[in-house]
Design a protein around this ligand. Sequence first.
Ligand code: SF4
Length: 279
Amino acid sequence: MTCEPVASLILEGDSLETNHSPEETTIINLDLKVYDETLKGQLFVADRPAELADVVPVARSLSDEIARRTIKYAKRTGRNIPCEKGCAACCRYLVPVSAPEAFRIWDEIQAIKPEEQRDVLSAFVNASQRILDAGRPPTPQGRVASGENPQQATDAINRWYAGIDVNCPFLEHEACTIYPLRPIACREHMVSSSAEHCLPANDNQVQLIEPPFSVVEALGRLAGEAEDLGVESVMLPFAPSWRQINHERARRTWPAPALFECFAAIIHDLSARRRLAAA
Ligand code: SF4
């Protein structure tokens, strides 16, 4: 992870403020369908090497903008979304983290004060131990049983995880301690049912709001394509240990414009597929 941001997302109507001078910047256009609106913006990408973790800040900004439009759209269509800062009802569910996010989260943990870092890492160890003590999930390593579709497999793992009752390592006194840096899955998780239905005992009454496309899925695909591996995701409590095992991968670099062009292409593809499925 480099200190200066490698890229900035400027949305249509935002003032143009980037750290990159025009001669060393590649501009990538975004033109995405988000419900009944078009989200237009530009990525300003510095012409230098970048790690997968460097894509995460832009992905978070994009995810926040999509969440903002999701709330607006839900209100326009007569639904209320109770999710807001301060509600931690879903912070005991499985949070899937893409490889770039696992790399980034580790770097961000390294940046906090050593005395606080010790507490954070110990919360991760405790949560990981609790998961390991619970035994194997219903579909180990994401394998899908015959006759089961991938969504059924995901639902089964989510139910299994909710049953273990593991607090997120970043949850303290019912508040997220890293709210601005929280994983994209947390930003994409929204419901239109009331918060009490999000408690694991009541989860069959949750009404989820589907995002127009998933930015966490895009990050997973980006890593898979850049490294020529399959798409991976890690349970949040295992992210630091997984990152340690994959140290070399975390430090690998690509030309930033190529990496961000690939990310933008995946986002456009996901948006187009969702539009086609809804047509
Ligand atoms: S990272 Fe924050 S918002 Fe996400 S599950 Fe953990 S405590 Fe909740």
